[in-house]
Design a protein around this ligand. Structure first.
Ligand SMILES: [Zn+2]
Length: 358
C-alpha cells in the first residue's frame, strides 16, 4: 500500500527518531501508521509532508487508538475515536452510575496512514468491544455505584462459668438476636458484573443482643465416678459384714444393713451406670451400679426405685426409697461393694465420712 518512495521516507524518519512506526494487525490487515513521538511534537503529517504534498504521498491524516500502548485501531479523526469510546462506555451506564473509566490505558495519537487503513467506526468499535473475547484489544469498562444494603449484625456469645457445674453442662440462658445495619458500599462493576464491594459506611439500625451461655467450670461430667464412696443413706448400722446369726439361722452377710424409716432416700455411693434396676428375688427392689473403674455397688430391699437400667447417675443422686421388699424383717438398706465387680468386701472401710443418723 506504500510506494517505494514512501517506504524510504518512513524508514528515514524512523531512523532519525522523529516519528514512531506503529505496525498493527487491524481488521483490514497490516497497516503502517506513523505518529509523532511525543504529544506536542510537530505533527506526523507535517514531518511526512516535508517530502512532498500529502496528495503525492497518498497518505491521509488519521487517529490511532492505542490500548496499553498497543496500536489497536485507526479511525479518521479524534472526534470519531472519542465518540466510539463514549458509546462503549455508555453500554454499561445506569442511572445510578457515578463514574466510568476504562481499566486499560487508552491513548489517541494523530497519525498518517494509507486511506485503506482507516477503519469504519463500526469495525473499530467491534475490535474494542468489551464483550469481544477474541479481540486482544477489547476494552474493560469499570463503573462505580454506591449502594446501601440492610444487613444483619451477628450477635456475640457470652459464656458464664458455673463454679460447681461440669464442663458438659451448658445451657442458653438468653438467646442471641441479630442486629441490623445499613451498610453503604462502593461497588465496582467490570463490564457490568460486580467485581468488588468496599464498605464505606455503616449505620446501626438495631443493636444485636448477645447470647448468654452458662457452662460448668469443673472438668468431666457429673456422672463420672469419683473413685470414693459416700454413705448411700442415713440411719443406724444394724448388721455388719461377715458371719452373723439371724432368726432363720446362721449366714455369712455379704454387705451391711442400714436401718431407718421407710422412704428414707437412698443415694448412689459414686457416679456410674445403672446396670440393673428391678425386682431381684430376696433382694427385693434392687439397683446395681457399675463405676468407671469396674467396681459395682448394690442396693437392696427398696420400697421404690427412681432410676432405670442404662441410666447414668451422679454420686449422691437419689436412686430410690428405703423399704423392706424381698427377704427383710424391717425397713433397711442392704448395701454391697464389689471393688473388682465380682467379689463383695466389707464396705465400711471403703466409705468416706461417718454414717449420719438422719
Ligand atoms: Zn443385709
Amino acid at each position: 500500500m506504500f510506494s517505494e518512495r514512501h517506504r524510504k521516507t518512513v524508514a528515514s524518519r524512523v531512523r532519525a527518531g522523529r516519528v514512531k512506526l506503529l505496525a498493527g494487525m487491524t481488521a483490514l490487515g497490516l497497516c503502517l501508521t506513523l505518529t509523532a513521538l511525543t504529544p506536542g511534537h510537530v505533527s506526523a503529517t507535517a514531518v511526512y509532508k516535508e517530502e512532498g504534498p500529502a496528495g503525492e504521498s497518498g497518505l491521509v491524516d488519521a487517529v490511532a487508538v492505542t490500548v496499553n500502548g498497543v496500536h489497536a485501531v485507526t479511525v479518521d479523526s479524534a472526534e470519531t475515536a472519542r465518540a466510539l469510546l463514549r458509546e462503549i462506555k455508555a453500554g454499561y451506564l445506569t442511572p445510578r452510575t457515578e463514574s466510568a473509566a476504562f481499566r486499560e490505558s487508552v491513548e489517541l495519537l494523530p497519525c498518517l496512514t494509507a486511506p485503506e487503513c482507516v477503519m469504519a467506526p463500526a469495525d473499530a468499535r467491534a475490535l474494542l468491544d468489551p464483550e469481544n473475547t477474541a479481540s486482544p484489544v477489547a476494552l474493560t469498562v469499570l463503573t462505580m455505584v454506591t449502594v446501601t444494603r440492610e444487613e444483619a449484625v451477628p450477635y456475640d456469645t457470652e459464656t458464664v462459668m458455673i463454679p460447681d457445674g461440669y464442663e458438659d453442662e451448658t445451657s442458653v440462658t438468653r438467646a442471641g438476636v441479630d442486629g441490623a445495619a445499613a451498610n453503604t458500599y462502593s461497588v465496582i462493576y467490570e463490564n457490568g458484573r460486580e467485581e468488588l464491594a468496599t464498605l464505606t459506611d455503616s449505620r446501626i439500625l438495631a443493636e444485636p443482643v448477645s447470647e448468654i451461655v452458662t457452662r460448668g467450670a469443673l472438668p468431666g461430667s457429673r456422672y463420672d465416678s469419683r473413685g470414693v464412696y459416700i454413705w448411700p443413706t442415713t440411719g443406724v448400722l444394724t448388721s455388719k459384714f461377715g458371719g452373723r446369726t439371724i432368726s432363720i439361722g446362721s449366714t455369712n452377710h455379704k454387705g451391711i444393713d442400714i436401718g431407718n424409716a421407710a422412704g428414707t432416700p437412698v443415694m448412689a455411693a459414686d457416679g456410674g451406670l445403672v446396670i440393673f434396676a428391678g425386682k431381684n428375688g430376696g433382694y427385693g427392689n434392687f439397683v446395681a451400679i457399675r463405676h468407671d473403674n469396674g467396681a459395682v455397688t448394690r442396693y437392696a430391699h427398696m420400697r421404690k426405685l427412681l432410676v432405670e437400667e442404662g441410666q447414668r447417675v451422679a454420686q449422691g443422686q437419689q436412686i430410690g426409697e428405703m423399704g423392706r421388699t424381698g427377704t427383710a424383717t424391717g425397713n433397711h438398706l442392704h448395701f454391697e461393694i464389689l471393688p473388682d465387680g465380682e467379689t463383695r468386701v466389707d464396705p465400711v472401710g471403703l466409705l468416706t465420712g461417718k454414717l449420719q443418723r438422719r
